[in-house]
Design a protein around this ligand. Sequence first.
Ligand SMILES: Nc1ncnc2c1ncn2[C@@H]1O[C@H](COP(=O)(O)OP(=O)(O)O)[C@@H](O)[C@H]1O
Ligand SMILES: N[C@@H](CCC(=O)OP(=O)(O)O)C(=O)O
Length: 375
Amino acid sequence: MNDNNNKRIAIKIGSSSLTSAHGEISRRKLEKLVDEIVRLKDEGHEVLLVSSGAVAAGYRKLGCLKRPTALPEKQAAASIGQGLLIESYSELFAAHGYIASQILITRSDFSDENRYNNARNTINVLLDRGIIPIVNENDTITMDFLKFGDNDTLSAKVAGLVEADQLLILSDIDGLYNENPNENPNAALIEKVTEITPDIEAMAGGAGSSVGTGGMTSKIDAFKIAMASGITSFIGKATVENIVYDAVHHTAQGTYFVPNEEGENLDRKQQWIAFHSGPEGEIVVNASTVEAFVEKQQCLLPNGVSKVEGDFEKGAVVRILDEDGNHVGLGIVNYSSETFRQYNKVEKEVEGIEQVVMEREHFVGNQEFSFQTSV
Ligand SMILES: Nc1ncnc2c1ncn2[C@@H]1O[C@H](COP(=O)(O)OP(=O)(O)O)[C@@H](O)[C@H]1O
Ligand SMILES: N[C@@H](CCC(=O)OP(=O)(O)O)C(=O)O
């Protein structure tokens, strides 16, 4: 085992891998996964869980016969199920001498950079002290349009936040198939992906069970985020014996997503810009600026900005477009929209406007991350 390379492991477990078909926690499924996670802990790994299952574990006790679809019922079910889930995890880990902790987050916690960094500090303290943090979206209080929406992309974002060495997504399927296996029983398993191309995206379909949420589509979105953050990830079947241990050691059946070493490796600030910030406006830049700034990595100068959309302050994240409206990237601007407008109006001479519109380390090129946001 290579301890140094695989020290910090993030594991996402889907609803169907934790609950029975009748809307209850499956003690047997949970016990099996906890036992395998304990084996990693005993080997010295730090482990963070992103666990789904709050709605699936709670709807029956709320009096619903199947997983509710209306928001208030789902939120009420999550309020019951989340407590039960954490209680079960805590008991099972405690039997092996480990402590579990609960972290519930909403998208707005991450869109504020200070709160984002604060979450990281908290999780790092827990991991450093051997605790197993268990993350879920705060389903009970989050409105649909403010949601991360699925725990697949949430797990990749949290893995990036804490600089995990690996992300394992455990599901009810043993990997990515070249077609949705629900629709084509002859679909073939893909063992390794080094780049998420449109062909790979086209393979992914929706959820397979009545409790699953994002299906393979949100998992591919998650792997895109993980790869852009330089994290190797895996998807495999939660019920397979020793899946956790074997996946960490790259011997499990499933699909591994391995980032290209020369590819993008967004640091934490760039991850925040790309996945969490939410741009506040747009700047349109001319063709020679796209070439100079993006391709040749030169400075982005004020006279390259031909148009500004929206109202934003200095320090805001903005979307950069070319003059044909194509997305060029996202980044933090050194001037407000007001200053840009004045500069363009007053013959390019505004006091205080200096040379650089955006620092390179505050720019993320070319990636459009548009994910679904409803559970
Ligand atoms: N190309 C594909 N390869 C594998 N599974 C796929 C594919 N397209 C769609 N799926 C479906 O995605 C399901 C897993 O997602 P989901 O039901 O959301 O599970 P979870 O609760 O673990 O997140 C699989 O059971 C399968 O039915
Ligand atoms: N946050 C929700 C689960 C959202 C989700 O992504 O579910 P799943 O597709 O089962 O991983 C819950 O705990 O019920």
